[in-house]
Design a protein around this ligand. Sequence first.
Ligand SMILES: CCCCCCCCCCCCCC(=O)SCCNC(=O)CCNC(=O)[C@H](O)C(C)(C)COP(=O)(O)OP(=O)(O)OC[C@H]1O[C@@H](n2cnc3c(N)ncnc32)[C@H](O)[C@@H]1OP(=O)(O)O
Ligand SMILES: CCCCCCCC/C=C\CCCCCCCC(=O)OC[C@@H](O)COP(=O)(O)O
Length: 399
Amino acid sequence: MVKQGPKAPTYYHEWTQIPPRMPTRGPNAPSSHHGRHPQPPHRTTKHLRAPLPAPPQPPTSLPTAPGRPRPPSPCPPRLAEGRAGAGRTAHIRRGQPRAKGWKGPGFSSPRWARGLGGVKGREESSSMELGWLLWGAAVLLLLPVLMELSPAVNFALRIGFYYLLFFVCSALTAPVCLLVNGGRTVKNMRIIKTVVKTFKYFFGLRFEVKGLENFEVEGPAIIVSNHQSILDMMGLMEVLPDNCVQVGKKELMYAGTVGLIIYLGGVIFINRKSTSSAKMVMAEVAKTMATDNVKVWVYPEGTRNCTGDLLPFKKGAFHVAVQAQVPVIPVVYSSFTTFYNPKKNLFTSGKIKVEVLPPIETKGLTSDDVSELTDRCYRIMRETLFRLSGRPGEVKDSS
Ligand SMILES: CCCCCCCCCCCCCC(=O)SCCNC(=O)CCNC(=O)[C@H](O)C(C)(C)COP(=O)(O)OP(=O)(O)OC[C@H]1O[C@@H](n2cnc3c(N)ncnc32)[C@H](O)[C@@H]1OP(=O)(O)O
Ligand SMILES: CCCCCCCC/C=C\CCCCCCCC(=O)OC[C@@H](O)COP(=O)(O)O
């Protein structure tokens, strides 16, 4: 069993570069008096000084009374004519036959539509609706054919749908997180996990997980895993232990609703373009993770890599582990290359093997041991990656 600390951690703004509080007065003030609700980062107050828009002016003439002659229209004749009976149904209101040249999507009303209401305008709009319905149905029927014929269409639609799922689910989940937990806290990761764990069913992905018991270490830990693609978010949530936050690039904060939800989940944002700032954030993490009793998930490759091999590891995660004297738990996902390859427009269903490896202790290690610790972890994970991906012999050849 995981031994919990005195209390679950709540806020992580001190690990990020986000100002923890927003103004408590004025139009930008958060609705909560604690200022807990997330705000778009790096806001300036410039907009507060911007001149106010001019108030709406009262109309300069009275509306035309029925029956009275209309004042001359300021519009050119065509537009004025259009206004008098705007839209495609204008001929109906004017009691004129439909313009001959116009061919809308509904060419004629179906019998059932003609019987309804008995109003010509309604009849016309029903036939338009039917037209759009037919077009929609045709496109829907065509999509599977196109997906079958063109790998590029298949890939674009599936990955587009994946993004859409994230954006929509983030928008729906954010208010739930706010209502349930009140702001940025690692507890929100449970809610996020529950949502993201359902995504695999849309894409026909299966996870075969081993070694979950290795997460059951006492207190905090650093978890390191291989990072192949954005599909990893499903794999991450499949095994994510409680009280665990991830280290992510700060650009993700600006990814719309996804940025909002990962902010609420307590993700630690680092600026990869500034080594010193990233190191400062990581050092802060090392200090607070023990007191807050959180596990921290890091992708030590530092970027996505879908080649079926590992990139050399960055040392940040291992420095943190040594500084905090906490174990490193490696997690390895088998290669996606058999079912996912953006370069080849490949994205089909598939099985992903996941293995949580035994923790590597760091007690007594110093910064001098970081390189060796990094290499050790890299070797173990690479060997596991090849074994899980059905290429056990390759580790010796390419190391
Ligand atoms: C509903 C929808 C929900 C959606 C949910 C989605 C969940 C979202 C999940 C989000 C998932 C998002 C996933 C993502 O976004 S993955 C991308 C972001 N993550 C990372 O980049 C993490 C891995 N990177 C590192 O650890 C790097 O090392 C960092 C970033 C820290 C610096 O990298 P950089 O390339 O700038 O420098 P360097 O690594 O060459 O190091 C330079 C030197 O500094 C030394 N050094 C390094 N660190 C430390 C340290 N702490 N204390 C003391 N020293 C340290 C190091 O040993 C080296 O010295 P030497 O050894 O050469 O002498
Ligand atoms: C207001 C609209 C804003 C639109 C912004 C569009 C950006 C789309 C971003 C995210 C969409 C959902 C993805 C879920 C989270 C994915 C986390 C992830 O895998 O990030 C990649 C990162 O580990 C490494 O990045 P690089 O490989 O170095 O690159």
